[in-house]
Design a protein around this ligand. Structure first.
Ligand code: UDP
Length: 323
């Protein structure tokens, strides 16, 4: 297939592009490089520097790509930032997303796989979180992704654009070639690994008084290659659907630090800090639906394995992509 990938120069996009190219698909990447990196663009893909907010440029790029399907990764994705700058999230994720659907309709592209998030669920009434739970976001990031999920339904019903929305839990790890490099790094695992690399003195633990076994937040970390596999399956699925994607296991912030110490062999200094606004205590996925309907099963179930792949990438790229 010919696939048009927004945000293909970002962390998750770059690994998914790599895996799609390995499977014989043709890829055009559309990215404004605000978060992504030029050197995270797989050289086998075509690249268009563009912004979702520029509708005419987007339509030109999409029709030029002759795409059969779209994969939509381009978005702002930081909970904390969304709590101080909601406009950025609604403008880029909602208005940008609407342009993409408009462009797809105009160009006759009838399939989209969307990077959604567990943040659309807010603080869930129970875990694991399955697709039947109410979506009540507690930050503008989650709200902006939920708004796009809602738009998908109507573009399907009215214009026949089939969609698969994948609600990622916490993406982590790396492929051999592509890994996680955010210009402003707020994510836990890369920040812990920066301490192991000697680039930071300590890592903050945000909140030690949550109602969890060790008082720190619990998240479901999923290997980026397992996420990529889910995208490939979603591409082949005919039906519109929304799926939660995680391993079903929960790892606390302190457990992540301990795993990083095991994997790197370094002692990680931590500093206990107050809670970070917008963080729910526990987010764990039930991925039963995607397992049942698309046959997806995560290969990487152990947190040490996930962190080993991230560590290997960071050791090889101590300054990330360097741009
Ligand atoms: N976290 C932390 N220290 C950091 C970064 C994150 O304690 O330097 C915590 C954060 O509060 C959350 C968990 O680690 O409970 C995962 O955060 P991350 O930003 O990696 O992903 P999110 O769950 O926000 O998507």
């Amino acid at each position: 297939m010919r696939i048009f990938v927004t945000g293909g120069a970002g962390y998750i996009g770059s690994v998914c592009v790599e895996q799609m190219l390995n499977s014989g698909h043709e890829v055009t990447i559309f990215d404004n490089l605000s978060e992504g990196h030029r050197s995270a663009v797989d050289p086998r893909a075509s690249f268009v520097l563009g912004d979702l907010k520029d509708l005419s440029g987007l339509v030109a790029a999409l029709s030029g790509a002759g795409a059969d399907a779209v994969m939509h990764f381009a978005a702002n994705a930081l909970v904390g930032e969304s709590m101080t700058n909601p406009t950025k999230y609604f403008r880029n994720n909602v208005t940008g997303g609407m342009h993409l659907l408009e462009a797809m309709h105009e160009c006759g592209v009838r399939k989209i796989v969307f990077s959604s998030t567990c943040a659309t669920f807010g603080t869930p009434e129970r875990v694991p979180i399955d697709e039947t739970l109410p979506q009540l976001p507690i930050n503008p990031y989650g709200e902006s992704k939920l708004m796009f999920e809602k738009m998908l339904r109507w573009y399907d019903e009215i214009h026949g654009i089939r969609y698969v929305a994948l609600r990622y839990f916490n993406a982590a790890g790396a492929s051999e070639r592509f890994g996680e490099d955010h210009r402003i790094e707020t994510h836990l695992i890369p920040n812990v690994l920066k301490v192991a690399l000697g680039q930071k003195d300590e890592v903050s633990i945000f909140g030690t008084d949550y109602e969890t076994p060790d008082g720190t937040c619990v998240r479901d970390y999923i290997h980026i290659l397992d996420l990529a596999q889910a995208h490939m399956l979603a591409l082949g699925s005919e039906r519109s659907a929304k799926y939660n994607l995680g391993t079903g296991g929960g790892t606390s912030v302190r457990e992540i630090v301990a795993s990083c110490e095991r994997v790197t062999g370094k002692k990680i200094k931590v500093s206990e800090q107050p809670r970070r606004p917008g963080d729910p205590a526990r987010l764990i996925a039930s991925s039963d639906r995607i397992h049942r309907e698309l046959g997806w099963t995560p290969k990487y179930q152990s947190i040490d394995q996930i962190i080993e792949s991230a560590w290997a990438w960071h050791v090889k790229h101590p300054n990330g992509y360097g741009d």
